[in-house]
Design a protein around this ligand. Structure first.
Ligand SMILES: CC(C)(COP(=O)(O)OP(=O)(O)OC[C@H]1O[C@@H](n2cnc3c(N)ncnc32)[C@H](O)[C@@H]1OP(=O)(O)O)[C@@H](O)C(=O)NCCC(=O)NCCS
Length: 240
C-alpha cells in the first residue's frame, strides 16, 4: 500500500470517519475511496490536497493527523516552538478527545468533562492549551497542579500532545519549567510516568528530570498491575 493510502486508512479508522462520509465530502464515488482504503490505488498529489480539505470539514484533528502520517519526518520542525494559553470551556471537546484517544488513554489519567471544567478556574491549577503558530488547531494540552502548594511543589499532572514526535513535547516542557520556576516560584516540579512509556520518559529526561523511584504495581488494570516512575526537577537543577 502507498504512503497516502496507508495514512488515510489509519485516519479513517482512528477517527471513525466512514468511507461514505469522506466520499461525499470529496464529491467522488465511494468506490474511489474504497480503492485508496484497500491500497489498490494511491491518491496523487492534487487528490491528497483535496483529501486534506475534505477531512478538515469533517474533523480538523484527523486532517492534521493525515498530514503528519503522510509527510512523516519531513514535517518535523528543526526548532519547534509552542505557545501555552489558558484552556477555555470551548476547548474541552478537544481536550477530552485527546485524553480518551487510544494513543494517549493508556498513559494519562482520565477526567470527566466536569472535572476539567472545574480545573479551568481552580486557583491551584493551570490548565493550558498548547498551540503552534503554523497549525490551525491545538496540538495538545497540559495541566499543572500545586500553584499554591505551601511546599512550592508543583505537579506536572498531565501532558498530551496530539501531533507526536514533532518536538512539541520538548518545547512544551521548556515552557512548563519556565512557568513553574519563574512564574509560580516552585522549588520542586514533579510527575509520574508509567513504566514502559519510553517516549514520555525520554522527553522528561531530556528536560533534566531525574528518576526518584518507582511506585511498583501502583495501578490495577484488566491486564494486571502497572508501575509508575516518579521523576522530579528541583530549582537548583533548573536550566532555562
Ligand atoms: C509523551 C508526549 C507528551 C511527548 O510529546 P512529543 O511531542 O511526542 O515529544 P517530542 O517530539 O518533543 O519528543 C519525543 C522524543 O522521544 C523520542 N522517542 C519517541 N519514541 C520513543 C521511544 N519509544 N523510546 C524512547 N524515545 C522515544 C523521540 O525520538 C524524541 O526525541 P528526539 O527529539 O531526541 O528524537 C506525547 O508523545 C504524548 O502525548 N504521548 C501520549 C500521552 C502521554 O504519554 N503523556 C505523558 C504521560 S506521563
Amino acid at each position: 500500500m502507498g504512503r497516502a493510502g496507508s495514512a488515510l486508512k489509519q485516519v479513517l479508522e482512528t477517527y471513525k470517519i466512514s468511507q461514505n462520509r469522506l466520499a461525499t465530502a470529496l464529491q467522488v464515488e465511494r468506490s474511489v475511496v474504497n480503492r485508496w482504503f484497500h491500497g489498490q490505488v494511491d491518491p496523487n498529489g492534487e487528490t491528497i490536497v483535496a483529501i486534506v480539505q475534505a477531512l478538515r470539514t469533517l474533523n480538523a484533528t484527523a486532517a492534521e493527523r493525515f498530514i503528519q502520517l503522510y509527510l512523516g519526518d519531513l514535517m518535523r520542525p528543526t526548532n519547534a516552538t509552542v505557545q501555552l494559553r489558558p484552556s477555555q470551556p470551548a476547548d474541552l471537546d478537544f481536550v477530552l478527545a485527546a485524553e480518551q484517544h487510544p494513543d494517549n488513554s493508556p498513559y494519562v489519567w482520565q477526567w470527566s468533562r466536569e472535572q476539567h471544567l472545574a480545573a479551568l478556574t481552580h486557583p491551584d491549577i493551570a490548565h493550558l492549551i498548547i498551540e503552534v503558530p503554523t497549525r490551525q488547531t491545538p496540538v495538545g494540552y497540559v495541566i499543572l497542579i500545586g500553584l499554591q502548594n505551601p511546599n512550592q511543589s508543583i505537579q506536572l499532572c498531565r501532558i498530551v500532545i496530539e501531533v507526536k514526535n514533532q518536538g512539541y513535547g520538548k518545547a512544551t516542557l521548556k515552557q512548563v519549567k519556565q512557568l513553574a520556576f519563574q512564574t509560580y516560584n516552585a522549588h520542586r516540579l514533579w510527575l509520574d510516568v508509567k513504566v514502559g512509556n519510553d517516549r514520555a520518559q525520554a522527553v522528561y529526561h531530556d528536560a533534566g528530570f531525574i528518576i526518584e523511584g518507582t511506585f511498583r504495581d501502583y495501578v490495577k488494570t484488566p491486564q494486571g498491575y502497572d508501575s509508575y516512575r516518579i521523576m522530579s526537577l528541583l530549582r537548583p537543577e533548573y536550566q532555562p
